[in-house]
Design a protein around this ligand. Structure first.
Ligand code: TRP
Length: 457
């Protein structure tokens, strides 16, 4: 086959195996969002009803947007910036969407890596066992967060792993490691879930908390969080799926693969929820602990279960973070490879190094953003988190969605979707009207501009 796709294959790389794309994309989607964030926001917003709304959001916003990104990527055979240029025209303002994605990838990885570093640090804490009073165990997390040196060291280690994998390229780096890490992650989580269900007394309570809806506990705030989380957890809104889609083989069905990835991501989040809440209910703790659920509340419970449970748990968390970290780095690196003709090794070392250096801002908790935002000088960590999750990703998602639905040619869309039947019409309708409205709401909520919400004084 001496055609164009062969040339592209040589210069850009492509997923090799049958499952290559699925494993890598699921690896990107499954991350700290699934194991750290999903359980804690489910706890905060009251359980079952939140889960139902979240599932609806994955279906109506997540899945269509994931298909949109994959279609753009595979059509253009390019990084996000180049993709918008190719599919519209050079100098098109739409390429700003790609830029937004590359910058978001840079910023997200710079703080994501700090949390990932804590996960790795906790593997070792778990090995030596959590002991002492509850206050002491919770206090360990404060100490870690506030110890700039330790946080920075673990952040550096995590970045080194990401760089080491991405430098290997699509098949020999990302795909190979996803093949090892993802099945291991699944097996560990399966074991932890069975432990929660059958070896603790909290299994039944966990199931009913997660799956018995009590709509009286659901707030508008909860619905908007579910919406926001649905596309954060699927790695959408910043071109990660555009990039991974560009390495996808032509004969894969985007519809089927996007359904598989979204399904696996949701499955893992629910399994993590069961494993975690079973422990929470077993020891009579409240489920609404907030962001500290994993690093502060759970270790107190792990003191009872012992290292057989806690060590695998933090390994699981680290694996999940690693496969997401590499996809964040790949977005930035692919821009420099495609658009600036850098060698992969140069691009990975320079950009990985830059993100590592920039991540120092998030690792050092005492450094605060010099400008006063919303009445306080926040730490950089919280600042970058809010900036990307609440503003940049919804905006990127919204623009991507508007682009594919209103600007991209029918021929290009159908070429990637594979057919122009009923399902295609449904997708087009959802991408034109439903998904953008939902994303606009998330964005306006982030800006505290939704008319029907009460944002206080
Ligand atoms: N999906 C990841 C998670 O659930 C986080 C994430 C958001 C991400 N956007 C991304 C990962 C882009 C990789 C690329 O933790």
């Amino acid at each position: 086959m001496a055609n164009e796709s062969n040339d592209v294959y040589k210069t850009r790389g492509q997923w090799a195996g049958h499952l290559g794309f699925i494993l890598a994309a699921t690896g990107s989607a499954i991350g700290l969002g699934n194991i750290w964030k999903f359980p804690y926001i489910t706890g905060v917003y009251g359980g079952g009803a939140f889960v139902i709304v979240y599932l609806a959001c994955v279906l109506l916003v997540g899945l269509p947007l994931m298909m949109a990104e994959l279609m753009i990527g595979r059509r253009a055979q390019c990084n996000p910036v180049g993709a918008f240029q190719k599919l519209h025209r050079k100098g098109s303002l739409w390429q700003l969407t790609g830029w937004l994605g590359v910058v978001s990838g840079f910023l997200i990885l710079s703080y994501y890596s700090v949390v990932a570093g804590w996960s790795m640090a906790y593997i070792f804490k778990a090995l030596s066992g959590f002991s002492g009073s509850a206050e002491q165990i919770v206090g360990q997390f404060d100490i870690l967060q506030n110890s700039a040196g330790t946080s920075f060291l673990w952040h550096s280690f995590f970045m080194l792993l990401c760089i080491g994998i991405v430098i290997g390229g699509i098949q020999k780096g990302i795909e190979r490691w996803s093949r090892i890490l993802m099945p291991s992650l699944f097996l560990i989580l399966l074991a932890l879930m069975f432990y929660g269900l059958f070896a603790t007394d909290g299994g039944t309570a966990a199931l009913s908390f997660l799956f018995k809806p009590d709509f009286s506990k659901l707030s508008a705030e909860g619905v908007l969080s579910a919406l926001g989380h649905a596309f954060f957890t699927l790695s959408l809104g910043m071109g990660a799926m555009i990039t991974y889609g560009s390495y996808m083989k032509k004969d894969r069905s985007i519809l089927k693969d996007a359904i598989t990835v979204s399904f696996l991501d949701t499955l893992i989040a629910l399994m993590a929820g069961i494993a975690i809440f079973a422990l929470v209910f077993q020891y009579g703790t409240e489920p609404n602990a907030g962001p500290g659920l994993i690093f502060a509340t759970l270790p107190v419970l792990f003191a009872e279960t012992g290292p057989w449970i806690s060590v695998p748990f933090f390994i699981l968390l680290s694996f999940a973070a690693l496969t997401s970290g590499i996809s964040l780095l790949e977005v930035v690196v692919s821009y420099f490879i495609d658009q600036r003709n850098w060698k992969r090794s140069t691009a990975t070392l320079v950009l990985g190094g830059a993100i590592w250096f920039f991540g120092m801002l998030s690792a050092v908790a005492v450094w605060k953003v010099p400008v006063n935002i919303l009445g306080e000088n926040q730490g950089f960590f919280a600042f970058f988190d809010v900036l990307t999750t609440n503003y940049m990703l919804p905006l990127g998602g919204l623009l991507t969605c508007l682009f594919i639905a209103w600007r991209m040619k029918d021929k290009d869309r159908i070429g990637e979707f594979g057919s122009s039947g009923k399902l295609y019409s449904v997708l087009k309708f959802v991408l034109r009207f439903i998904t953008p409205i939902a994303l606009l709401m998330v964005l306006l909520h982030g800006l505290e501009l939704l008319p029907f919400m009460d944002y206080g004084p």
